[in-house]
Design a protein around this ligand. Structure first.
Ligand code: BDR
Ligand code: CA
Length: 311
């Protein structure tokens, strides 16, 4: 039976690629897409999610309006990384599909109660929607099957501050609430996602996909690649969110290590850093499976192969 998934996202270029990957993955059943603020405003992320669903030909699912701002800190956006509209140089037509206006956290509660122990939340943006669901109805924590989260940086430097990864940086308090919830939690940090660099070579390999898909991937990643080379001296772009999505299809793509993980909420310079108790010094119960190694070749092959299914 396909795994039931809620995709919580802030599209965003790599979020868009993750959505395309999910669209061509019969291993999963997408229950809905909950949209948060993050790479750009929630309004633009929602618009992008609706257009992407139509581009990918996904039918019969809800795209749900989520949180417009973090729990505590002020709103951040990353338009220098993802472009003014959030999808780089790609311009998608406005979708005819309309959003489900129910708040995303209520949608999450409803789905988890409808399918107890069956729902995995794939969270690839700031954690606000999931935290709001847990704050409103803490008991759903026991009924969520698992969370896979693209977020954090264990040994790798941060990409939002010297120590903080962007999704955690955007809403550290929300991330902290979800990490402490007791839900089975898999963390996919920059340590592994920054090994997964999508280059022009991979783009050329996506040669069987229909033109709208090829053009979308080319136009969106061109902007992302320009950012990576200018700010991080990386040729290509890190496809963070698709790696987290790919674990639903093949969990052997990464090697997981179990740690007690905390979010620094104090700072001043380390605020939003994810800290793993590497040597067990704090003597605390493990709360996360952390992806620390990745089979880059196999992941890239899987990603390219799934994109080529868009015919
Ligand atoms: C994460 O932050 C966002 O900019 C990306 O979409 C990804 O989810 C990487 O730090
Ligand atoms: Ca994202």
């Amino acid at each position: 039976m396909p795994q039931k998934i809620i995709f919580d996202t802030d599209p965003g270029i790599d979020d868009a690629l993750a959505l395309l990957l999910l669209a061509k993955s019969p291993e999963i059943e997408l229950l809905g897409i909950t949209v948060t603020h993050g790479n750009t405003s929630q309004e633009k992320c929602l618009r992008n999610a609706l257009s992407l669903v139509e581009l990918a030909g996904i039918e019969g699912i809800d795209v749900v309006r989520g949180a417009t701002e973090p729990l505590v800190k002020e709103l951040s956006v990353a338009e220098e990384t993802h472009g003014d509209g959030g999808l780089g140089y790609a311009k998608l037509p406005t979708a005819s599909k309309k959003a489900n206006e129910k708040p995303a956290h209520d949608f999450i509660i409803e789905m988890v109660e409808k399918h107890p122990d069956e729902v995995t939340i794939l969270a690839v943006g700031p954690m606000t929607n999931v935290a709001l669901a847990l704050l409103k109805r803490p008991e759903i924590g026991k009924k969520v099957r698992s969370i896979i989260s693209m977020g954090g940086a264990i040994h790798y430097p941060g990409n939002a501050t010297p120590q903080a990864e962007y999704n955690v940086f955007c809403d550290p308090e929300a991330f902290d609430i979800v990490l402490r919830s007791g839900i089975d939690f898999t963390l996919v940090p920059l340590d592994v996602t920054y090994k997964c660099i999508f280059t022009k070579k991979h783009l050329e390999q996506i040669n069987a996909a229909r033109p709208e898909i090829k053009n979308f991937i080319a136009d969106s990643t061109r902007f992302y690649m320009e950012f990576h080379v200018k700010h991080q001296s990386i040729e290509g772009c890190a496809i963070n969110d698709p790696l987290a999505a790919a674990l639903l299809l093949d969990s052997t793509l990464v090697k997981l290590e179990d740690y007690f993980v905390r979010v620094d909420l104090m700072g001043p310079t380390s605020k939003a850093k994810t800290i793993a108790d590497y040597y067990g010094a704090l003597n605390q119960k493990v709360n996360a499976h952390v992806a620390m190694q990745v089979d880059v070749e196999r992941f890239m092959e899987l990603f390219v192969e799934r994109m080529n299914r868009f015919q």
